[in-house]
Write a protein that binds this ligand. Structure first.
Ligand SMILES: C[S@@+](CC[C@H](N)C(=O)[O-])C[C@H]1O[C@@H](n2cnc3c(N)ncnc32)[C@H](O)[C@@H]1O
Length: 248
């Protein structure tokens, strides 16, 4: 299956306010329809077994995050938040790791399918890794408000060694770390290489910024789009950031 792309006509004009991420950009029905088409493209590429998820649970998750999370800024648009929730709700990863979670909103957009009021399954590990201690503390505070059980947790660490040393197979890896001044988003490939060999067939890797950071991600994108490494890889382009979804 070759690398492929899902693109909406309005992707460049669908712009969010990073400081007010919950502000409506389009009618909910339109958001649901766009994300559904993206899920169908992922299903056709064999990345997902089906495209069904509970829309009421998704809204319960969104409302809780809007109410309980302190978010200085985020580039996760409502379309992207819905897609991340839906992919996790459909794939139901036993072990999910999110690398580079800043205040935790990206993390909960994934983990919200398994904890809090939007939960639709139980996971074994839901871990967000953040290298900056202050951001990690904020993310952990946010996550605790939505998941008092501790099932989802934030670890203050460098995702490169953390993922390489993780003892269980990673079923879903979400990449958003921006590395240091030399690596930038190129650090995605370093993180992925640490767990790639142990990822079971059907595992997913979701890489944020596949559009606006495509230059920095050149080596990463070449790796995941090589059929020797991943069965399929779909670039989802429905906002200016984009998400590369790769299935092993
Ligand atoms: C740009 S932010 C992600 C924000 C996210 N896209 C959003 O819109 O909410 C990237 C985060 O990755 C963290 N980071 C950078 N390198 C990292 C590494 N090696 N391991 C873990 N976190 C890292 C940074 O501290 C930063 O908080």
């Amino acid at each position: 299956m070759p690398a492929t792309e899902f693109r909406t006509e309005d992707w460049a004009d669908y712009r969010m306010d990073y400081a007010h991420p919950h502000r409506e950009i389009e009618p909910l029905e339109r958001e649901i329809a766009v994300v559904q088409k993206a899920l169908e493209a992922l299903h056709e590429a064999s990345a997902l077994p089906h495209t069904r998820y509970d829309h009421d649970l998704m809204l319960a998750h969104r409302r809780a995050a809007a109410e309980l999370f302190e978010i200085p800024w985020t580039a996760i648009s409502p379309r992207m938040g819905r897609l991340l929730y839906a992919v996790n709700a459909i794939a139901r990863p036993e072990n999910m790791i999110a690398a580079g979670v800043f205040c935790g909103f990206t993390f909960i957009s994934n983990a919200g399918a398994a904890v809090g009021p939007g939960a639709c399954y139980q996971a074994k590990n839901l871990i967000g890794i953040e290298i900056d201690p202050d951001s990690a503390a904020l993310a952990e505070r946010n996550v605790r408000r939505i998941d008092p059980t501790g099932a989802a947790r934030i670890v203050a660490a460098d995702a490169v060694p953390f993922v390489a040393d993780f003892p269980d197979p990673v079923n879903l890896l979400y990449l958003d770390a921006d590395g240091d001044s030399t690596t930038g988003k190129g650090v995605y490939l370093d993180i992925l290489e640490g767990c790639y060999d142990d990822m079971p067939p059907g595992s997913l890797v979701l890489a944020h910024n596949s559009v606006n950071c495509a230059g920095m991600l050149r080596r990463y994108l070449a790796f995941v789009r090589d059929p020797a490494h991943f069965r399929a890889s779909v670039n989802v382009i429905f906002d200016p950031e984009g998400l590369e979804v790769s299935v092993k």
